[in-house]
Design a protein around this ligand. Structure first.
Ligand code: LLP
Length: 420
């Protein structure tokens, strides 16, 4: 009987030591991904920058790792900003996104001196102008544009199409009104444009189209207003490997194609190539995480299906129920045993849709076995909820074969501490 090892550590040992459900992250994988971005993008192309999209996975320790690696961070809320501030994350290396930043959030960002604010709409532009004036501080901004392309991913995580809540459309003239306004506001420093077409993208076709459309806007802004785009932020969304059906894509698969498209279009329109910024989230942390569960009840419906239930579910991983996301699972304490049956891994929530994996091939399973689900490092901990009053799991980080707790398991008392 051989156990499943992750990041050089026996996962059954981890499950016993920290209990389940448990998120386990590998710092070495995170560092490898960062290094790959540094070597194959930042050092390969001059005048580029990378920001980690912290919505994928953010804790104070994760913010410290990103800070130590000298990467920037992309945030979308006061809470993410607060987490970064708690570890003294350098303000100039923070980008603030979001389609409805509140006045309080913008004040917090302006006071802290956040490096870039991605302005999503005209309402935000005037709100931000009012705040910058109040604090007598200039804000560096980029406009988020809707590049009007579809991305090849689940509808819920597409963001580049015209019918989207994010950004200013390219085709309807509002973008020019926005540029003109921004150029005339004394406390606003417009630096360029940003788009993000969606998440878990595995093909470049529409990404390249989005680049082409945005560079056409750069050309138009130059000819209408003499505006020179200094920065082009091409978002994140780079897809990862979840199951054996997926292929792992190196960062250069996306960034080489993007840089080529940028160079081609800039020279076509005789534009200076702006600084290019990328914002990968999932690509950095997704495959760096797994979740461990303990198997409990097993329900066999002869001729229909076998439900194998675990001690977590949609509360720690809502992605299968939200996006029909697929995952790979391994019975950690029977890693080398032959798979003899097909089962469905169910969560413990009061929802029929709380299924983590449909039709997983496993060896003979029994209560007490440990299930490891792979590639859960992105958008699992960050989207976890307390539905059914289930406490959030602990998070363990592993570096060089040594495990350390980075987030304590939530207790029942902590879960209800704000309830009066
Ligand atoms: N930049 C912007 C402006 C974004 O909106 C996002 C993700 C990213 C970067 C990073 O995308 P990534 O590289 O992580 O794919 N909860 C969904 C994903 C939502 C992504 C939202 N924005 C999921 O679990 O698939």
């Amino acid at each position: 009987m051989t156990n499943f090892y992750f990041a050089g550590v026996d996962t059954v040992y981890l499950a016993n030591k920290y209990k389940t459900p448990l998120y386990v992250m590998s710092e070495n994988i995170i560092l490898d991904r960062i290094r790959e971005i540094r070597t194959n993008f930042l050092e390969k192309y001059k005048n580029t920058e990378a920001f980690y999209a912290s919505k994928a996975f953010l804790t104070k320790e994760m913010a410290r790792i990103i800070k130590r690696e000298n990467f920037g961070i992309d945030i979308v809320s006061g809470g993410e900003l607060y987490t970064a501030m708690e570890v003294d994350f350098p303000a100039e290396k923070i980008i603030f996104h979001g389609n409805n930043k509140t006045e309080e959030e913008l004040e917090m960002a302006v006071q802290y001196g956040v490096g870039r604010i991605i302005v999503d709409n005209l309402y935000e532009l005037s709100l931000l102008n009012h705040i910058t004036k109040k604090y007598n501080k200039k804000a560096n901004i980029l406009f988020r544009v809707t590049p009007e392309v579809e991305s090849n991913t689940h509808r819920y995580i597409q963001t580049g199409q015209l019918d989207s809540k994010f950004g200013i459309p390219l085709s309807q003239g509002i973008i020019f009104e926005a540029i003109e306004k921004a150029l005339n506001l004394p406390y606003i420093n417009l630096l360029g444009f940003h788009f993000h077409i969606g998440s878990q993208i595995l093909h470049n076709k529409n990404y390249k189209k989005a680049i082409e459309n945005t560079i056409k806007l750069m050309k138009e802004a130059k000819s209408r207003y003499g505006f020179i785009t200094e920065e082009l932020n091409i978002g994140g969304g780079y897809g990862i490997k979840y199951t054996d059906d997926d292929e792992r894509r190196p960062i250069s698969y996306f960034t080489d194609a993007a840089m080529e498209e940028i160079e081609t279009n800039c020279s076509k329109y005789k534009l200076k190539r702006p600084k290019v910024i990328i914002e990968p989230g999932r690509w950095i942390v997704g495959e760096a995480g797994i979740t461990l569960y303990t198997i409990g009840s097993i329900k066999r419906i002869p001729g229909v299906r076998t439900y194998v239930s675990v001690d977590g579910g949609m509360t720690d991983n809502p992605r299968p129920s939200l996006y029909q996301a697929k995952y790979k699972g391994i019975i950690a304490n029977k890693a080398n045993e032959e798979a003899t049956e097909v089962v469905t891994i169910a969560g413990k929530c009061c929802e029929s849709g709380d299924i983590l994996i449909w039709d997983l091939k496993v060896p003979q399973v029994e209560a007490g076995d440990i299930l490891a689900i792979l590639s859960t490092g992105a958008y699992n901990y960050s989207m976890a909820s307390n539905y059914n009053k289930i406490p959030k799991p602990a998070v363990v980080m592993i570096k060089d074969g040594v495990d350390r707790l980075i987030v304590k398991r939530e207790s029942y008392a902590e879960m209800i501490k704000n309830e009066l």
